[in-house]
Design a protein around this ligand. Structure first.
Ligand code: GDP
Length: 585
């Protein structure tokens, strides 16, 4: 009997291969035979998918999956009868500067679940708060792309979007974008009307604007919950959390716990002494230390399972954010994880995923890839760029030349490349990754150019390759940490202390080596140990201010200190100058 597989109107080659239970390479080869050049991540349409499966002689029936347009319908977790209630997972979205971070901080500051108390000062990408004795999980996502990735992974993890709209600023482009994302995903929106403490807050105007975006507030006969809040005064925060729990109850959020645990990696980094550390959100099942989990092309035997650094856990159920150690390599943000039976299986699954991993291409890029790029772009030493060229040959030589600029400190990261004119897709990728776009022998339509300038995207076009390379080199040089050169100039032995305040010291002494000049800095040493570093603000020979004191002379020195210090006779001041030098590649 033929198997039926569901395919959206487009599907990535990788996803189709998975559904057809074929190696991606085989599918790619078959596509090539049919004249379709596509990498694992590129999307092909429904018809192509159908034709290829037929060519491969696979007995597969295709069913077109309903697209997400029209009335949004959230696909609920397929929980069985034995499923249990789980905390809601909430993402906070909204226009920049409307107070998302402040709101999250305010909620977190007052409401952090007791077992997470150790983590307050750390930035955590997912955490739980307690309200009315119940848990709420917040996803502190960098932006819409993160949210999209969460959705895309089918993890169905976000249940509610808190849409932050500043009461003094109203609905802005990113507000509208957030509404669109939430709608597309079929996720409930709760509006947090923020900064309500401000004098020019105008809630009615904002409600009017929301109505224009088809979010009609309850008091006007709609069903949109709007809560006025102030991160500054704390007003409305409890009510907002009440609303979230109320919606969670209506949505009847459940998950299975008697299945192998699955979930999503929401953050990953390396810690000295602990190795790769991942923050994950459990979707279903119960995660426990000692289990083997696979995430993308790496796996872990879970060594530590923690709510925070100070709170080891014996297990973590659905909607719980936890930190895991024990990964062989750093998992990727946005990867799904799943528990397997043993190490052999974990190793095999991870190796298979590694083989099928792909090259980033600017075609059909998925938001989870974007997310990975965004996440990496935090590393200051990398210059994210997108390269477009007229033909493959020139593209390769541009990229190769750019790669040759890499040093240990700075490197070019090509987040996307391709042949042909600069497209809107390039702009999107640029927006998401912060990459500058470099085009060689390609054009750019005026519409794209205008869009780029509206979005303040750096877009550069060249016909001469070395001009392109030179410009990238200059950008890279900007990324080089400036070199700070310290030169010791002289030493003074303290023979008198005249005045000490919290921020300054005036002392006198003899120059035993070199000479003292200002401006300069001083390391204060006692018995060979450095106590602190200070700034030399004045030099005096007798009662006279001077710029320079020579060896063997007696003098007075005024210091600006970062904290109060009681100098002692015999302490040494090692004076030095500090110069910041620009660097070149
Ligand atoms: P984000 O970009 O949306 O994360 O916004 P932030 O949380 O960084 O806030 C942007 C600015 O608004 C900051 O200067 C905050 O101090 C200020 N702000 C945030 N919430 C409030 C609030 O409730 N009241 C007032 N008066 N200012 C706020």
């Amino acid at each position: 009997m033929a198997t039926t597989i569901e395919v959206e109107d487009t599907i990535t080659v990788g996803a189709l291969a998975e559904r057809l239970m074929l190696p991606a390479s085989k599918l790619i080869a078959e596509l090539m035979k049919n004249g379709v050049m596509a990498t694992v991540n590129e999307r092909i349409d429904f018809e192509t998918a159908q034709i290829i499966a037929e060519e491969l002689g696979l007995d597969v029936k295709f069913k077109e999956r309903e697209t997400e347009t029209g009335s949004p319908k959230r696909v609920k977790l397929k929980a069985s009868a034995g499923a249990v209630q789980r905390p809601p997972v909430v993402a906070v979205m909204g226009h920049v500067d409307h107070g998302k971070t402040s709101l999250l901080d305010a909620i977190r500051g007052s409401k952090v679940a007791s077992n997470e108390a150790g983590g307050i000062t750390q930035h955590i990408s997912a955490y739980q708060v307690e309200h009315s004795g119940r848990a709420i999980t917040f996803l502190d996502t960098p932006g819409h792309e993160a949210f999209a990735a969460v959705r895309e992974h089918g993890a169905q993890l976000t249940d509610i979007v808190v849409l932050v709209v500043a009461a003094d600023d109203g609905v802005k482009p990113q507000t509208i974008e957030a509404i669109r994302y939430a709608r597309k995903a079929g996720v409930k929106i709760v509006v947090a009307l923020s900064k309500i403490d401000k004098e020019d807050a105008d809630p009615n105007k904002v409600k009017q604007q929301l109505a224009e975006e088809k979010l009609l507030v309850e008091e006007w006969g709609g069903d949109t919950v709007v809560q006025e809040v102030s991160a500054k005064t704390g007003k409305g925060l409890n009510e907002l959390l009440d609303m979230i729990l109320l919606i969670a109850d209506v949505e009847d959020l459940k998950a299975d716990i008697d299945v192998p645990a699955t979930g999503l990696i929401v953050e990953a980094h390396v810690e000295v002494g602990r190795g790769p550390v991942a923050r994950v959100l459990v979707e279903s099942g119960i995660l426990k230390p000692g289990q083997f989990i696979v995430a993308g092309s790496t796996y872990a035997k879970i060594r530590n399972l923690e709510a925070s650094k100070t709170a080891p856990l014996k297990e973590a159920g659905p909607s719980t954010p936890v930190t895991i150690t024990g990964f062989k390599a750093l998992p990727e943000f946005g990867d799904e994880f799943y528990v397997v039976n043993n190490e052999r299986e974990a190793r095999e699954k991870a190796a298979l995923a590694a083989r099928e991993s792909y090259q980033t291409s600017n075609q059909g890029i998925t938001s989870s890839e974007l997310l990975r790029i965004i996440n990496r772009s935090n590393e200051l030493s990398e210059l994210n760029i997108i390269v477009k060229a007229d033909v493959q040959g020139s593209l390769t030589s541009v990229i190769d030349s750019l790669k040759s600029l890499d040093t240990e400190e700075v490197a070019v990261r090509v987040v996307g490349s391709g042949i042909g004119a600069i497209s809107e897709n390039d702009l999107r990728l640029s927006m998401a990754s912060g990459a500058q776009i470099y085009g060689f022998n390609v054009s750019c339509s005026s519409a794209v150019r205008q869009q780029a300038s509206r979005d303040r995207i750096n877009l550069h076009l060249y016909n001469v390759i070395y001009e392109l390379i030179d410009d990238v080199k200059k950008e890279l040089e900007q990324l080089l940490a400036p070199k700070v050169v310290e030169t010791e100039i002289g030493t003074l032995i303290v023979k008198g202390i005249f005045n000490t305040t919290k921020t300054s010291v005036i002392c006198g002494g003899e120059v035993t080596k070199g000479k003292l000049t200002i401006p300069s800095f001083a390391r204060i040493e006692r018995e060979g140990k450095e106590l602190m570093e200070a700034e030399v603000t004045n030099l005096k020979r007798g009662p006279t201010d001077v710029k320079e004191i020579m060896e063997h002379e007696m003098c007075g020195v005024s210091l600006k200190v970062p904290a109060k210090i009681e100098l002692q006779l015999g302490d040494r001041l090692i004076l030095f100058t500090r110069e910041v030098q620009e660097r070149h590649l």
